[in-house]
Design a protein around this ligand. Structure first.
Ligand SMILES: NC(=O)c1ccc[n+]([C@@H]2O[C@H](COP(=O)([O-])OP(=O)(O)OC[C@H]3O[C@@H](n4cnc5c(N)ncnc54)[C@H](O)[C@@H]3O)[C@@H](O)[C@H]2O)c1
Length: 312
């Protein structure tokens, strides 16, 4: 593996905090720089930079000063929060990505390669997308500002690759389940909060109805997918918009049942709120056969391992 210098933008978030650890494990702390709008990365002993990804000059200065060769760009406003501040969501989700793609284009013109990872989401699909085993290519008519920004972002990634040769790679993440860092305001957050209630012996109030099935993935699998995609050779990456990837699909009732099998006293109440409409417009399961065929993706963590891991 060639010596990379890796920048993670949005390093304090749910994914960033664990991705930094995984990158340090693979490359060593000296090769990783964590950046976020807010100070306070308290994970590994990596360099931390306070950065607003919307400040294109500061972004360029950091990338050049550190000799960065790969960027994982995770700064975004997620689905549920995005509906409260839609213009802010559009601004951050689009212009942060554009700043980075423009920088990668400029550096390439100067003869410097910058490999970029940017996550899309199942939110890029919409009510007229097939909801079962949603294919890689189909109608996509997202209804949330978050989903609209993700679909537009996918088109930008493909555009910068086709037109300028920028090496940008992307995954359509489903809901990501982790126990280390709190989730950042998404529609699948219930599937993390439920474990906290279960551990505290509280009755869990679920903001989605009991039969709302959504695709999910364990953080460990999500990180493996992300690193595999970034480590694949450019010829393996046949899709430059964003790849479907998935772990497993379940509803709140199915998750509650799995928890009750381990904690028989666990109780749940269903009190759907405005997030129900967002969830109802998303796929229930995803077809990730293109990721499997192109760069060997396969999820490893199923329901039992996931629930045992979260409760532990
Ligand atoms: N977590 C999931 O389940 C999930 C699912 C699908 C897609 N995604 C995508 O993955 C990415 C990361 O998600 P997450 O759950 O870790 O989000 P998060 O909200 O937990 O973290 C985002 C981080 O970005 C930082 N940030 C915000 N504005 C910034 C700015 N202007 N400049 C620099 N940093 C800024 C925040 O301080 C925060 O630490 C996002 O693009 C999100 O859309 C996440």
């Amino acid at each position: 593996m060639k010596a990379e210098k890796i920048l993670v933008i949005g390093a304090n978030g749910q994914i960033g905090s664990e991705l930094v650890e995984a990158l340090v494990h693979r490359h060593g702390a000296a090769r990783v720089v964590a950046a976020d709008l807010h100070t306070g990365f308290c994970g590994s002993e990596v360099a931390f930079a306070k950065l607003d990804v919307l400040d294109s000059k500061a972004l360029r200065a950091l990338v050049v000063a550190e000799g960065v060769t790969q960027v994982y760009h995770l700064a975004a406003i997620l689905s549920a929060t995005g509906e409260k501040v839609p213009l802010q969501a559009w601004n951050l989700n689009m212009n942060g990505l554009l700043n980075l793609l423009e920088l990668a284009r400029e550096l390439l013109a100067e003869g410097r390669l910058l490999r970029v990872f940017w996550p899309s989401s199942i939110a890029a699909f919409g009510p007229n997308s097939p909801r079962l085993n949603t294919p890689q290519y189909c109608v996509m008519d997202p209804t949330s500002m978050y989903g609209i920004s993700k679909l537009a972002g996918e088109r930008l990634c493909e555009y910068y690759h086709q037109k300028y040769g920028v090496d940008v790679r992307s995954l359509r993440y489903p809901g990501i389940l982790s126990s280390k860092t709190p989730p950042g305001g998404g529609t699948t957050d219930y599937a993390i909060a439920i474990f906290l209630s279960a551990k505290k012996r509280e009755v869990f109030e679920c903001f989605l109805s009991q039969d709302t099935t959504l695709p999910m993935i364990a953080m460990e699998d999500a990180l493996r997918a992300t690193l595999s995609l970034m480590e694949a050779s450019p010829e393996q990456i046949k899709i430059r918009s964003s790849y479907n990837v998935t772990g497993l699909s379940f509803s709140p009732a199915e998750l509650a049942l799995a928890i009750r099998q381990r904690l028989p006293a666990f109780q749940i109440r269903y009190v759907p709120d405005e997030r129900q409409a967002i969830a109802d417009s998303w796929p229930q399961s995803l077809d990730d056969s293109r990721a499997r065929a192109d760069w060997g993706w396969k999820a490893l963590i199923g329901m039992d391992q996931l629930v045992d891991g979260m409760l532990a």
